[in-house]
Write a protein of this length. Structure first.
Length: 276
């Protein structure tokens, strides 16, 4: 099962891009962020008419997350526990084919320090608490989305230029790695421990043309999901389209109990582990 994450920076503005990408068999499950749509206004018919299943947690004009899946979406949870006053639509979670998936749009946090950064860190504390509850279930879990965290300097085209930014501050990185060190793996770094890999390029200053990017979109896997990881990648194609999102999709492939690309799943997992 291929699970992808994509901050589309407005689902309506990028509707054709999303539809075309899914039509190309690019993913079985797509986690969307920053859909910028109220739940009832999300263009779900575009997808359900083609056989896709859809779950949405939206709000007017800002934020918003969604899940689009080839398979039935079960046990949907909207919002992150721990703050009854938080009305921002940044988290949706569901079960698909026995795997628990979450689409996450983590707060940016700038300017830092300040109230927005405090909100970001508090939100990450709540995410950590939820991640631990999911670990305790001992099931495959994929936490995917725009984390608004640049984990390491290698994940940024200009580390000195980002010093002090909420995406690189030590507090943000520590909160991110706290989740990883608790048992989750960064899918991309599990298979590509070195090298430059970006998921976001600003619209300004020719960032895309110059490859001045950062890696802020991540797929974190529980041990049960990590054991079945057989592939991971970043699809830069959508970023080069006309009127694109400033993010591009990141995906991971998980072996199923049956087969992956025609091979027995156990063999696919063994082959992946042999490359680590």
């Amino acid at each position: 099962m291929r699970v992808a994450s994509w901050n589309v920076n407005s689902a309506k503005a990028r509707l054709d891009h999303i539809s075309d990408w899914l039509a190309a068999d690019s993913a079985d499950v797509l986690l969307l962020q920053e859909i910028k749509s109220q739940t009832e206004n999300f263009p779900r018919d575009v997808f359900t008419d083609k056989g896709w299943h859809v779950a949405v947690h939206g709000q007017k004009s800002y934020n918003g997350v969604a899940i689009i899946s080839r398979h039935p979406i079960e046990d949907v949870m909207c919002g992150l526990h721990g703050d009854a006053d938080d009305e921002q639509a940044r988290y949706i979670e569901a079960t698909i084919n026995g795997t628990r998936v979450a689409s996450i749009y983590l707060p940016n946090g700038n300017p830092a320090p300040g109230p927005k950064f405090d909100y970001k860190l508090a939100w990450m504390d709540r995410l950590y608490a939820r991640s631990q509850a999911l670990l305790a279930d001992e099931i495959p879990v994929v936490l995917g989305g725009d984390f608004n965290v640049i984990p390491q300097d290698i994940d940024c085209y200009d580390p000195p230029g980002w010093v002090g930014d909420a995406l690189t501050r030590i507090e943000s990185r520590a909160a991110f790695f706290k989740i990883c060190y608790s048992g989750y793996i960064d899918a991309l770094r599990a298979l590509h421990p070195s090298g430059v890999h970006y998921t976001y390029w600003d619209y300004q200053a020719g960032a895309w043309q110059r490859d001045n990017g950062v890696r802020i979109d991540h797929l974190l896997l529980s041990p049960e999901a990590g054991d079945r990881l057989v592939g991971v990648g970043i699809d830069k194609g959508p970023r080069g389209l006309e009127r694109p999102s400033d993010h591009t999709p990141i995906w991971c492939e998980l072996a199923t109990p049956e087969t992956v690309n025609g091979r027995p799943a156990d063999k696919a997992v063994a082959d992946r582990q042999a490359t680590l």
